[in-house]
Ligand binder design. Structure first.
Ligand SMILES: Cc1cc2nc3c(=O)[nH]c(=O)nc-3n(C[C@H](O)[C@H](O)[C@H](O)COP(=O)(O)OP(=O)(O)OC[C@H]3O[C@@H](n4cnc5c(N)ncnc54)[C@H](O)[C@@H]3O)c2cc1C
Length: 579
């Protein structure tokens, strides 16, 4: 079927952070998608406020790191976790960020980025504006009503919520970014499974109340990201949105006692907030009330034919640890380049199967981690959540890392993808079963340790280098194109890479790295960081994942690259094809 038979190459259902990130990333790959979002605009309720360093790296790559920091500037001063009787009353404990997250030198060794703070309602417009600027067609107030798929594409019915008018759309692929209650997932009949005994609702029922009140004088000098209020009758969690007049108050309720979200009327919310702040005369305006359930669930499959689940549609986790939004953006980043190269005809459609193989194991680890974070003892010794005992891991496993801030990094940066889009070294890999062609069949990406050593399947290491007299992070090179990095004596790799890439029709940049190469490595760090000698080379995929590595030089770089580059695209080796 010709591309003119389609209205859009990719239809994205849902304009939350995962859908908007997918739209932006696809559009930047030259595949402008059609995104439909049922709400009239981006989110009005701030939910996520923390962006982890991997998300910030992705935003840096797409040129939005500064915009997102500006959008979240009011939250940047939030540096504490507080424990109080009431906010205006006794302060029980104040825990600085640095005790919870790796910062400063420890962080700078592994990433050029810092943690980001930006409320979701401020982040989404930044993503939407950038997606539109790159050509994505974003339709708000539009519902995906139904869809079906066949061997050639996806047929969908959309409804304009203002007029009720229906419209049929034909797309080559469908990205389901339609959230935890995904219509696409349910229509596909893909079940969600809990992690161990944890299932929907077992991690508590909550309302998240977004309110306006001037609390700037109360928090000045102790700006918090989370504030646990312990006053009996007003227990809950205060969350900063702009450190001035916009805040969230998260309260648990118990359906077993007959409580429902409807019971949280504006008047009751105002009373609860005044009690939690400890100021009976405070002016409080309720902006919105969002009920939510704690859950830890993963879809059995992330792909069904031409449909792909990303974000909360694929995995639902408690907000503890702040992984939900971040994992969704990172899903989109993994999927976008694969869809783009398959749509351009340079990769085999089998490349799309690696999305599930790579991201589902990561989601499992992250969901598990979020559950542990929820139940981990807080720094004042009390559990942050005291849900059912059977919901979590064995005794002693809570809060793994023993309070070591560096323990936060493995689930964020330490993932190891093991799939057909990674060429394992020496045909052997601990993480998966290797088939006869030396490719990993079954992925088991377990980000339990921070493995940033240039091993294929891991996030390419960050090293500061100089390009054209400018200091950049190595990560700044990994944007939309394959990158071959060769050692100072690896000119043969660079010479061989260009014709192989041209024959494959892919965009590939090649660089020699050293004291005198295309990239100047003044600190002589890169070889050790990437595990290669001056005659070695690595190929990094467009998503910044190391795809292949040769520690040293070999007889025929052209033959080797003719073998490995097609494999990263799930294509047959070039030499075998021409033979
Ligand atoms: C109280 C709270 C605090 C949180 N804090 C954090 C945090 O600190 N850090 C973090 O990373 N995460 C956090 N999260 C989680 C985070 O908000 C979610 O993981 C994130 O919003 C998921 O993004 P998404 O795009 O996958 O889904 P959503 O944001 O749910 O977006 C899905 C979109 O799809 C639309 N949609 C659904 N069906 C259709 C349809 N048929 N047609 C058209 N549109 C449709 C919906 O309207 C919605 O806008 C928090 C969540 C809550 C509830």
């Amino acid at each position: 079927m010709s591309t003119s038979s389609y209205d859009t190459p990719v239809l994205i259902a849902g304009g939350g952070p995962a859908g908007l990130a997918a739209a932006l990333l696809l559009a930047r790959h030259g595949v402008p998608p059609l995104l439909v979002e049922r709400h009239a605009g981006t989110s009005i309720h701030p939910r996520a406020r923390g962006l982890n360093v991997r998300t910030m790296e992705i935003l840096r790559t797409v040129g939005l790191e500064g915009d997102v920091r500006d959008a979240g500037a009011a939250l940047a001063t939030s540096r504490y976790m507080l424990f109080v009787d009431t906010l205006a009353g006794e302060e029980i404990r104040r825990v600085p960020d640095a005790d919870l997250l790796p910062v400063g030198e420890a962080l700078a060794r592994v990433t050029p980025c810092d943690w980001g703070r930006c409320a979701q309602d401020e982040l989404e417009p930044v993503l939407a504006t950038a997606a539109r600027a790159h050509g994505a067609d974003l339709r708000f107030g539009t519902d995906l009503v139904s869809f079906s798929q066949d061997a050639d594409g996806v047929s969908a019915t959309l409804a304009d919520r203002a007029t009720g008018a229906h419209r049929a759309v034909r797309a080559q692929y469908l990205v389901a970014a339609d959230g935890a209650h995904s219509l696409v997932r349910e229509s596909l009949g893909v079940p969600m499974a809990g992690l161990g005994p944890v299932s929907r609702g077992q991690l508590g029922h909550f309302v998240n109340v977004y309110f306006r009140a001037n609390l700037s004088d109360l928090v000045r000098g102790r700006e918090f990201i989370l504030c646990f209020v312990e006053r009996p009758g007003a227990e809950g969690l205060l969350l900063a949105v702009n450190n001035a007049d916009r805040w969230l108050f998260n309260v648990e309720y118990d359906p077993d006692c007959g409580e429902t979200p409807d019971a949280f009327t504006p008047a009751r919310c105002v009373a609860l907030i005044k009690a939690a702040i400890g100021l009976p005369d405070l002016d409080v305006e309720i902006l919105s009330v969002l009920p939510w359930e704690g859950a830890a669930l993963i879809a059995d499959r992330f792909q069904a034919g031409r449909a792909f689940l990303v974000g909360d549609a694929a995995h639902v986790m408690p907000p503890a640890g702040g992984f939900g939004l971040n994992t969704g953006v990172q899903d989109a980043h993994n999927l976008a380049w694969k869809l783009a190269l398959v749509l351009k005809g340079t990769a085999d459609p089998a490349l799309l199967d690696t999305y599930e193989a790579e991201r589902r194991p990561v989601a499992r680890v992250v969901v598990d981690r979020a559950v542990r974070e929820l139940a981990a003892p807080t720094p004042d010794g009390a559990p942050a959540w005291d849900g059912p005992e059977q919901a979590g891991p064995e005794d002693g496993a809570w809060g793994d890392g023993d309070g070591d801030p560096l323990a936060q990094l493995p689930p964020i940066l330490g993932y190891h993808y093991a799939s057909r889009a990674v060429v394992v070294e020496d045909g052997v890999d601990q993480a998966g079963q290797v088939d006869q062609a030396g490719q990993v069949d079954q992925a088991d990406a377990r980000p339990e340790e921070l493995d940033l050593t240039g091993r294929p399947g891991t996030r390419a290491p960050h090293v500061w280098i100089e390009r054209a007299s400018q200091r950049i992070s190595m990560l700044d090179l990994f944007d939309r194109r394959f990158v071959l990095l060769a050692g100072a004596e690896g000119v043969a790799w660079c010479d061989a890479a260009r014709p192989v890439a041209a024959r494959l029709g892919i965009d590939l940049d090649s660089y020699r790295v050293g004291m005198a190469g295309d990239l100047i490595d003044r600190d002589e760090n890169w070889g050790a960081a990437y595990g290669v000698t001056p005659t070695g080379a690595v190929v990094v995929r467009p998503d910044g994942t190391v795809g292949w590595r040769s520690a040293g030089g070999i007889g025929s770089p052209a033959e080797e690259l003719g073998r490995v580059l097609p494999r990263l695209l799930c294509r047959m080796p070039l030499l075998a094809r021409s033979a």
